[in-house]
Every structure is written in structure tokens, then in C-alpha cells.
Write a protein that binds this ligand. Sequence first.
Ligand SMILES: Nc1nc2c(ncn2[C@@H]2O[C@H](COP(=O)(O)OP(=O)(O)O)[C@@H](O)[C@H]2O)c(=O)[nH]1
Ligand SMILES: [Mg+2]
Ligand SMILES: [Zn+2]
Length: 351
Amino acid sequence: MSSLNRYGWNDRLSQLKEESKFHALPHGRVAVVHRTCYEVVAEEGLFVCELTGSMMYGKEDFELPCTGDWVIFQPFDDGKGLIVDMLPRERTLYRKKSGTVADKQVFASYIDKAFIVQSLDDNFNMRRVERFMVQIVEEGIHPVLILNKADLGFDKQATEEAIRHIARAMPVFYTSILLPETIDRLRESIAEGETVVFIGSSGVGKSSLVNALCDKPLLLTSDISHSTGKGRHTSTRREMVLMEGSGVLIDTPGVREFGLAVDNPDSLAGMLEISNYAEACRFKDCTHTNEPGCAVLEAVRKGLLDIKVYESFQKLKREAFHFSSSEHEKRKRDKSFSKMVNEVKRLKGDD
Ligand SMILES: Nc1nc2c(ncn2[C@@H]2O[C@H](COP(=O)(O)OP(=O)(O)O)[C@@H](O)[C@H]2O)c(=O)[nH]1
Ligand SMILES: [Mg+2]
Ligand SMILES: [Zn+2]
């Protein structure tokens, strides 16, 4: 058995690797991304790797290796290497970059579970949970809701009420780094070889939870670790740690905004349990906005469906639709551009 199995390596990945023309070279998993180099965990230990020119050429930022990616590299002496290939990505967490049309930013790949962390103080916000959930489920990752800082006073009944509509879609854990039994329960939910990413606003306790789960402080808590001599800034550095006898944890810096990068706006209804009602709408293509015989609006009127959930659904749907149509436009543009490049090459006789 390979020691990388603990990092999630398996037979399927071995098969994928066989398809690469570099399959004779060693492979590893990207643990940390620095500005120009990558820390790669491999059978022979940790390697600091750079990318070959061809790995970078013509790539968007989100297509370059990220934390969690499996790469093939050419090792050099003293723990250095050159990344020559990357296995095709699966279960990758993206978000839409703020202020751009269809540009996305990549967080991590080969993720099994995403822990959506919120703290039970002012930070708790169901609308944000839904937003994270939709993106996570879209990528085939299992969402888990972590309500942290349970040691602080909070209204349990109001919280239960607010999460009721998603409690069937994902497990919920109440945790506190001051209550070890809550951490133990969380730890038991993570299996060996499983990869878990922690997402949520800054200050909710993501790094503290990672440390508590690992039993020893490995990550610096608070954003001081991301500061530079020039003052604070949010770095793109991600951290991956291996839990003893269990899974892989990936910490991320806080994200306030999480723009949807979802291609299929129609899948939203199922996730927010809108589709339970939608089945009874008079029109098959009902948009649930003003149609007669709309069972979704009826459910809102009768108080069966929380109006806030309904509004959240409409808002997320508009946003996802906007992203997928601009993404579509962009692909069309990219396609015609590469067609033009090929045409020029052909005329020049390059090919
Ligand atoms: N009361 C309480 N404070 C916590 C808990 N978890 C984290 N904190 C505190 O919240 C602050 C932010 O924690 P940190 O892990 O840096 O949050 P991150 O930005 O999400 O990584 C720190 O001062 C932690 O000590 C908790 O369960 N209860
Ligand atoms: Mg942190
Ligand atoms: Zn309807």
C-alpha cells in the first residue's frame, strides 16, 4: 500500500495516471501553493516544485495547479521538482471572482466534504449557507454545516428553525474548541483518505477547528499569519494537513463573498427543496414568479415555504443564470479565437 493512500491516492487515480505520457515519473499531491512554487507531498517526501513552461502556457489562473491537485513531476536533487503534468480535476471548489463576469477562482480539488463553518454569534447567516451549499453540491462535493463557538450563548430554537429546510440535505454539527466532545464527534465523521475543505468568513474558527482536530497546533490562528511587512493582506496561501489515522484537512483564508460559478441554474430548486412544491405547478416551465397555478408561490402564501428561502432561491437562480450565460459566451469567444489562431498557423504552414 502506498503511503499516499492516506492522502487520498487510490486505484482510480493510478489508472488516470497511466493515461499520462509522463506516467513513469513520480506523482504527488499539492499541499501548499506559493506565488511561484508548489509544495508537493510524494512517496519520497515533500518536494518544492515549479511548473514547466508548457504547463503554464495559455492557461487561465484557475487552470493552474491548486491545493489538492494530483501532479506528476520530475524530481531533482534535494527535494526539488518540476511539475510536468496534472491529473484531470475532480470535485473542485470554485467561486466566481468578485467584479468579473465569468472568471472563476479555484480553492481546492479532489474534495470529498466541504465544512461550511459559521460561528453562532453575529456570523450565522442562513442565506450564506445556501450560497455555499449550492456551489458545493454542484461540484459533487458533500456539504456539512459546522456551527462553531457553541460555548457562546445562542438561541438554539431559532437556530434549529433557521436550518430546518437544509438539515435533510446536509449533516449539521454544533462545535466549540472549548468542548472537546464536540470536536471528537466531528473527527469521527472523517474517514481515512477523505479530503475535507474548511470554508467560511474570517474569524469563525476554521483554523482553530483544524488545529483542534489535529490535536496539535499546526496552523496559525487569526489572519496575522497572512500579514506582510507592508501591512495586512489576504494571501492566496492554502494549507493542507494530514490528521493522524484519518483524513486530509484543507484550511482556507476567509471569504466574505462567495459568487456562484454554477453552470446549471436548474439544479438549484432541488437543493433548496423548492422542487418538492414545483411538481404541482400548472406549467412545466413555471418560473415561480407570477404564473397562475404556481404551487411554489402557493406554498409561500400558506407559510409552508419560508419566504426568505424563496427569495434566496430566486436570487441565486438569477446569479447562476447570469454566470452560466456569460460562461457560455466566453467559451464561444475562446473557441472562435483558437479557430483563428489555427487558421493563421495553417496559412503560415506551421502545422
Ligand atoms: N469562544 C470561542 N472562540 C473560538 C472558537 N473557535 C475559535 N475561536 C476564536 O475565534 C477567533 C478566530 O479563530 P480562527 O481560527 O483564526 O478563525 P478563522 O479565521 O476562521 O481561521 C480566535 O480568537 C479563536 O480563538 C470557539 O469554539 N469558541
Ligand atoms: Mg484561519
Ligand atoms: Zn411555479
